[in-house]
Design a protein around this ligand. Structure first.
Ligand code: FAD
Ligand code: SIN
Length: 590
């Protein structure tokens, strides 16, 4: 979908050259509109050609990153190879995308000033004129997928491989969603990777522990599917090229079940890179800046497609026999969270800014049943006042939690609801993670927290205590007693089952942590075939859903590592069933 950009009369070359936006800066350097936009001045929603031109002139992100001397290098981030226009705007104030999640306050050229009101006016006027004048366009596909996070990519790849023509739509300027941020790993039981390390595990245990963690409020049939197909899910990821070889323990389970890349690297950026590459290899039509605003259905309630609002193209329709809703959760939506859980409204969220829950609303509007919306998970460890999640796997690797008195107060590997509740009971409603050198080395993500300035370090426990402002003798006694529990393989005070490493030097580290809004367990009700269930109890014909947009899999409290399993297991089911559905309903031409 294209919209023609007009340099005049609404936005003349003269105005452009006066602007301090990138358009003006380019004009001053004798670069014309056509140099960036191409001769036709057309821009598609994914801004592909525009970005190709940015790269041609300025180089790839990798090249730009290699030139940078900055401490935090925005061109070398976990977001991967994203569009330049994600941060740099031609006709509006540029804004570093990183600032949505981090608190760097990063400044980039052409942030904008009062003079730029012309550009704003231009953008609004032009797009309004276009949307009034143009008749709404219609395209068609076999399957439309809403939301390009993990579940969306998995469903798209699966449906494509089963022969369907797929369009994957993402409202944000980059794909990846919350899946891109996943830190810990993916849970799976009885995998070949566990067997290679002689780890005893069993899907039946995964069912039991997932149900217990969810306070037995989960849909047991969905949980069985999750657990019994989890090993296959990891094999599927490996078949796409993902590295799932490292293992660690998450809270509330008896075995090292959380799979992640070698060295303990964050699972999300790795998986999203793999998904992007696989989608590109298959030439799947992935569109960013493309928000689904309506799921369309006929008089019988059968799904017929979606209405999309493209950043440049405006409103258009895609006809499709099957729609897969993978639009994620709503933990970044203050209003919605406040509506369901007023006490969490002001809590910081670990989520990407697009995790605002429209996927639930869209499905509800065409009759989907929505469940457990008030079940919002608080993660125990976000970095101090930031939005950076400190992965549960830091505790899984051996770190302990201490309070401002330097004392442990909870089994660090209990479920999140309990760990968060325990922190809320401490003075200042915050705590510290304490770890030593071996723990740091086992989890490469900790190096990232060091770069972000979230970690304090010292050559001695006493030195660390003084930096933290906690009593040195108490902290030393706590660490000593934990190390004795490691030696005795018994933690009498808190009954922690797994202590994989001692807290030992040469360096000791602490991270100040506070609980934050992390996951929304509720959403659209589905059955084991990933069909969306209506308020009448029957499937909404042609509508499938997977991932955080759904409710029922995790009950009232999700176990760490189970969400990525959810996206892969149910994403695959949704993709396969949507493709099967369209085959059954496609009339063959004679
Ligand atoms: P998402 O990945 O969030 O994707 C949904 C996409 O839909 C988003 O890109 C969104 O912008 C888009 N979208 C929304 N509405 C629309 C619309 N109307 N039109 C078009 N697009 C739309 N879980 C684990 O199991 N292990 C972990 O280690 C882990 N770590 C985490 C760390 C962090 C910091 C966070 C925030 C979560 C973590 N989770 C983890 C949870 C897990 O990442 C998510 O639950 C899961 O990735 C959700 O995947 P999804 O595909 O359902 O949604
Ligand atoms: C984490 O690594 O703590 C997040 C894992 C999850 O949310 O499952």
């Amino acid at each position: 979908m294209f919209l023609l950009l007009a340099c005049s009369p609404a936005f003349s070359a003269d105005q452009a050259s006066k602007s301090t936006f990138l358009s003006g800066i380019h004009k001053k350097n004798q670069i014309s509109c056509a140099d960036c936009h191409g001769k036709s001045l057309a821009v598609n929603d994914s801004e592909t050609a525009l970005n190709k031109n940015c790269v041609e002139c300025h180089g790839t992100l990798e090249k730009l990153a290699s030139k940078s001397k900055e401490h935090i290098n925005p061109h070398n981030s976990h977001l991967g190879e994203v569009n330049c226009t994600t941060c740099h705007k031609g006709h509006g104030p540029s804004k570093a995308y990183c600032n949505y999640c981090h608190s760097f306050g990063m400044k980039i050229p052409a942030m904008g000033s009062a003079e730029q009101s012309n550009d704003k006016k231009w953008t609004q006027e032009t797009s309004q004129k276009k949307s009034k004048k143009e008749k709404m366009k219609t395209e068609s596909a076999d399957v439309v997928v809403i939301g390009a996070g993990g579940a969306g990519y998995v469903a798209s790849i699966t449906a494509h491989d089963a022969g369907a023509k797929v369009i994957l739509l993402e409202k944000m300027p980059i794909t990846g969603g919350n899946s891109m941020l996943a830190a810990g790993g993916i849970n799976a039981a009885a995998t070949r990777f566990q067997k290679a390390r002689s780890i005893q595990d069993d899907p039946a245990e995964m069912v039991k522990e997932t149900m217990k963690g969810g306070r037995e409020k989960n849909d047991p049939e969905l949980v069985k599917v999750l657990a019994y197909r989890s090993s296959d899910a990891v094999d599927f990821l490996a078949s796409l090229g993902a590295d799932m070889t490292d293992l660690v323990r998450s809270g509330g389970v008896h075995a090292d079940r959380t799979h992640r890349p070698v060295g303990g690297a964050a699972v999300g950026p790795h998986l999203v890179k793999v998904y992007r590459e696989n989608a590109a290899k298959r030439k799947i039509d992935v569109r960013v800046n493309s928000e689904v605003v309506k799921i369309l259905s006929d008089n019988n309630g059968t799904v017929t497609g979606v209405q999309v609002k493209g950043k440049h193209s405006g409103l258009y329709t895609i006809k499709a026999k099957a729609v897969i809703d993978t639009a994620g959760g709503f933990a970044a939506n203050n209003e919605l969270v406040g509506f369901y859980k007023p006490q969490f409204k002001e809590t910081a969220s670990s989520n990407q800014p697009g995790a605002t829950g429209e996927g639930v609303v869209l499905a509800e509007k065409i009759g989907a049943k929505v469940i457990d919306m008030e079940q919002i998970q608080i993660h125990p460890t976000m970095g101090g006042e930031t939005k950076v999640l400190i992965s549960e796997t830091v505790r899984g690797s051996g770190a302990i939690l201490v309070n401002h008195a330097g004392k442990r107060f909870v089994n660090e590997l209990t479920t999140r609801d309990k760990a968060s509740a325990a922190i809320f009971e401490q003075p200042d409603k915050s705590a510290f993670l304490i770890l030593g050198e071996d723990i740091r080395k086992s989890n490469v993500q900790i190096d990232g927290y060091i770069v972000l300035g979230l970690v304090q370090e010292s050559d001695s426990i006493e030195g660390l205590a003084s930096k933290m402002g906690v009593p040195a003798a108490a902290l030393a006694a706590t660490v000593d007693s934990y190390n004795k529990a490691f030696d005795a393989k018994n933690d009498p005070e808190f009954k922690r089952q797994d202590i994989p490493r001692k807290i030992a030097g040469p360096k000791y580290y602490s991270i100040w942590v506070k609980p934050g809004r992390h996951h929304t367990m509720g959403g659209v009700k589905i059955n084991t075939e990933a069909q969306v269930i209506s308020t009448k109890g029957t499937p909404v014909v042609g509508l499938y859903a997977a991932g955080e947009v759904t409710g029922g899999v995790h009950g009232w409290n999700r176990l760490g590592g189970n969400a990525i399993t959810d996206t892969v297991v149910f994403g695959r089911i949704a993709g396969a069933n949507a493709a099967k559905f369209i085959k059954q309903h496609t009339v063959k031409k004679p």
